[in-house]
Design a protein around this ligand. Sequence first.
Ligand SMILES: [Zn+2]
Length: 328
Amino acid sequence: MTMNRREIMSAAALTVAASSLPLGLSMGEARADNHAMAGGKPAGVFKYQIGDIECIALNDGVANFPLPDGFVKNAPIEDVQAALARALMDPATMSIPFTAMVVKAGDKTTLIDTGNGPGAGETRGKLFSNLEAAGIDPASIDTVVISHFHGDHIGGLIDDMNAKAFPNAELVIPEGEAAFWLDDGNMSSAPEGMKPSFEKARTNIGAYKDATRQINDGDEAVPGITAVGAFGHTPGHLAFRIASGDKQMLVLSDTTNHPALFVRHPDWHVRFDMDPDKAAETRKRMLDMAAEDDMLVAGYHFPFPATGHIVKDGDGYQLALAAWQPQL
Ligand SMILES: [Zn+2]
């Protein structure tokens, strides 16, 4: 695959934009011990600070599949392939990474989203080996906060025996997700293809029914983490603001899927967005806020370490990703 002149120019422009950014995440703040191993392989673990709060990005793996027609509902496949090529990705393959996050604030440990969980395939469900590589016992997680009820976010709530994977955690869930996915009427009127998602929500969320709290836009999930309504991807989808002193970060959750497509083209509708117009409106609002305020952001489907800055670029945006290198 070769780059044409315009693509080379634009890659150069991004490099300049990224290097001239007043990055909230300086090298001094990134942790020196970002080289843990998991099962003999470099682990997907990246630690950094937001003021007094420690954040730990934990990769859950990747889903690879041939790019289907209609992956972006409102753009021709040729344009999607060109956008992938521009990001030096294979234009015939969609690769969607998953990265959850542990937040240590005060003496409390919180996990935001849980990955795909057991049985989701060879290349997924790596959260648990990466937790181990990071020295975090699942039993030490005090709170699990969920952004929305899609399987790649709630799959890791339970183990392969359907028992709690985080036995001592309180589960904090979006009000709008509970209202939609746990409603019997919605489940019975859903198309056949969506029924497994309803069932998974019941099983996985239900496992924590003795320790569940619901939150919505503006509510505190735990001290230091506040919910931000980011509806559209799913009915109750939440983003989160993490703040300590004058430092803050926006956890975008699934406000955008892969940045090469949906940060670059925020108007594009990924097939997973349940209300595509609302999702695009939310995406533009959040990306605009992140770019304007030069906020550090995390994105669940960003390439690892899934954190960086958003830079305005023409009609869209670019992601200036934090640098990370596994120790080889
Ligand atoms: Zn997702």
